[in-house]
Ligand binder design. Structure first.
Ligand code: ADP
Ligand code: MG
Length: 453
């Protein structure tokens, strides 16, 4: 039996994976699992029987491996085995099923595909998303009326799916029997292909054309897919003409969807188009605060600030970083140093957006550090204090900003590259020298720069 630390690890793996798996499937297949042991990079996980083993191996290994690797900070593998002592797992499993049977009525025609966390209550509103959130709320209050269809667009990880599903939750709460369909455009396409293959296109059509509310996520997938567009066009018309609400999300505006049939684009523009932007700093801080609270994580303000400063364009990445920090605290029982936080964050910032710190940023940091103005820093003054700061800034632009000599020279009062080389030499000598002062200044500043890159 795994010890507490290991159990925590598995719980965190399930939590991360669970946010990407439909709740019903999660409850059926992953809830009745137990971590038996961890050996090197292998997590041995027990399941009630062979059926679970096959199904998990087929459907969930890659997501479980991915989440375990994130949490363990190295490549990890989940190995599923049948439990030797099965009573506990079986009982839990049976209990789960009984609860499902005795629980709320489930509309079998339109299975619930909503993530339970994606509600209006958990959605933090800021400048960047307030228009979109207001539109979503208006739709949830008065479906099929003024804002039909509602077309939400914006880049990845900014809350489009969350808002769409919040509409679904709100409407379900008002009327449990509502027939809603939430699906992504590629699911729509796959289901359509299967229906045609199995000679059951009518059932497919009935299912979506009779929805009370149709939520279609990531519509950009149907660009270039003519057959799917044709089918979707008719679905759209049927739902719309019945006075039912349609909500569509996309990573770009209707006018930028291509290639797509004009009549379909046209329909997307009939109702309200709402875009969602990357959150500003205050909104990021508010989101971090809310997520930390949900996780039961006592996050110091300076740590929240580092996260909000470094992850700026994707809220999903902010969540990933928080889950990992949470797991790290649970696993190590230790407190978080700025260094640990930075290391974790680096994993959640996409390579291509990890730009070297700009010369300007380094100049600003160095000027602040030495308590001088940026103008003095780039001036021609030969005062020792200023010259030292200037040389340090040039050195850091080269070593930590990855900037080329000519650009550095130009940014420091139009000096040529030999001045930069001279500055590098002076600072390198200073670092090797025996007073230790230059070395510690360089180290301090380097860590500040890393914090901002
Ligand atoms: P998208 O569909 O735009 O790619 P999602 O809706 O999947 O993005 O959002 C990514 C994650 O960020 C989700 O877990 C979501 O709950 C969270 N999120 C996004 N915006 C907000 C917000 N304003 N407040 C709270 N959580 C948010
Ligand atoms: Mg989405």
């Amino acid at each position: 039996m795994a010890d507490t630390v290991e159990k925590n690890l598995w719980r965190e793996v399930l939590k991360l994976a669970g946010s990407e798996i439909e709740q019903k499937e999660f409850d059926t297949w992953l809830q009745p699992t137990r971590l038996a042991s961890v050996e090197d990079s292998n997590l041995l996980v027990e399941v009630p029987n062979g059926l679970y083993k096959d199904f998990i191996n087929e459907q969930y290994t890659s997501i479980l491996n991915e989440k375990a690797s994130i949490l363990m900070g190295r490549k990890a593998f989940v190995k599923v085995v049948e439990a030797t002592s099965q009573s506990e797992l079986f009982n839990r499993d049976r209990k789960g099923k009984e609860q499902a049977r005795g629980g709320e009525p489930v509309n079998r025609e339109t299975p619930t595909r909503l993530n339970r966390e994606y509600t209006f209550e958990t959605f933090v509103i800021g400048k960047s998303n307030q228009f979109c959130a207001a539109a979503a709320q208006a739709v949830a209050e008065n479906p099929g009326k003024r804002y039909n269809p509602l077309f939400i667009y914006g880049s990845v990880g900014l809350g489009k799916t969350h808002l769409m599903q919040a509409i679904g939750h709100r409407l379900m709460k008002k009327d449990k029997s509502i027939r809603f369909s939430y699906l992504s455009a590629d699911q729509f396409m796959n289901e359509m292909i299967n229906a045609i293959k199995n000679n059951r296109p009518d059932a497919f059509r009935r299912k979506y054309r009779t929805a009370d509310i149709l939520l279609v996520d990531d519509i950009q997938y149907i660009a270039g897919k003519e057959g799917t567009q044709e089918e979707f066009f008719h679905t759209f018309n049927a739902v719309f003409e019945a006075g039912k609400q349609i909500v569509i999300s996309s990573d770009r505006a209707p006018k930028d969807l291509a290639p797509i049939e004009e009549r379909l684009r046209n329909r997307f523009e009939w109702g309200l188009i709402a875009d969602i932007q990357a959150p500003d700093y205050e909104t990021r801080m508010a989101i971090i605060g809310k997520k930390a609270e949900t996780l039961g994580l006592d996050l110091p303000r300076n740590v929240a600030d580092i996260i909000a400063t470094r992850i700026t364009t994707n809220i999903r990445a902010i969540e990933g970083a928080l889950s990992k920090l949470h797991a790290l605290i649970a696993l190590t029982g230790g407190s978080l140093t700025a260094e640990t936080v930075n290391k974790v964050l680096t994993e959640f910032i996409p390579e291509d957006s990890r730009q070297p710190t700009s010369i300007e940023k380094i100049q600003e940091l160095v000027a602040n550090y030495y308590g001088i103005s940026k103008r003095d820093l780039v001036s021609k003054s030969r005062k020792a204090r200023l010259a030292h700061a200037r040389q340090m800034a040039m050195y850091l632009c080269r070593t930590h900003g990855g900037c080329i000599l000519a650009d550095i020279g130009a940014a420091f009062g139009n000096r040529d590259h030999s001045t930069v080389l001279h500055a590098m030499k002076k600072i390198e000598e200073g670092i090797k020298g025996n007073d230790g002062k230059t070395a510690s200044e360089a180290k301090d500043l380097a860590s500040k720069i890393e914090l901002f890159s």
